[in-house]
Write a protein that binds this ligand. Sequence first.
Ligand code: UDP
Length: 270
Amino acid sequence: MTMEEPSPLPNDSPVANSPDERQPTYRRVVLKISGESFGPSGERGISMEETVRIAEQVFAASKLGVEIAIVVGGGNILRGATFSYGQSLIHEATAHQMGMIATVMNGLALQDALESLGCDVRVMTALHMDDVAEPYIRRRARRHLEKGRIIILVGGTGSPFVTTDTAAAQRSLELDADVLLKATRVDGVYSDDPEKNPHAVLYGRLTYETVRQKRLRVMDTTAIAQCMEHSMPIMVFNFKKTGNIVKAVRGQRVGTLIEEEQAVRQTAGT
Ligand code: UDP
């Protein structure tokens, strides 16, 4: 079996060799949390109960000493493409700006939830909003991380027509993260939509190329292309399972790992 075929997930196996498995494998991570994670289950809007649940996991992960930058989505409030679809009253670019503003709202909620737990946290925005959050400046973001602060990156890339997946890929590269952790509601990457197809198989490890060829639903194509070009590993995992954010940040494999073919082959021993 090649590692590109569906393979059962080894339980919590370390991604890289760590001399002591209690020690984190990663030094710095970018954690992408989609907007729907902030919403009440299946509904629009922001639930502080859900937000605190995320914050508690992030807080526990930060205690490992790993530097954490969080990119938040806004889909629980508005997605530009969906909002503007089929109507001429709003320019699609305007709708995307509204989507970016939605990510700011989620980020502010997460900031206060983290602060209530005693975290040192900063919100940095790609859109200019001086009264609300500090501007995203790469060097300043790195400095916050070095000082042990959690940073919440909002406003996406600041440009319309892309999504926060692209922002997460972009920030991972700019901040020299070791991995992009994509938190989702499912256990990883499947051969088909697991909510529609009960026979969908969960992949343990994949190459970027396979993701592209099979058009697997992982992240948008720009994000995958950027990660592929710069060999940024992506881990897709279910943050709803308690403890998974901590495990992912520590470097344990709790979902599907997407990386270069060479790395996949090495691990598979081929
Ligand atoms: N958005 C954008 N540029 C960006 C990031 C986001 O225009 O760099 C807009 C886009 O309309 C997107 C919305 O903001 O649909 C919310 O982000 P996203 O859909 O990525 O949120 P998620 O699906 O992660 O909740």
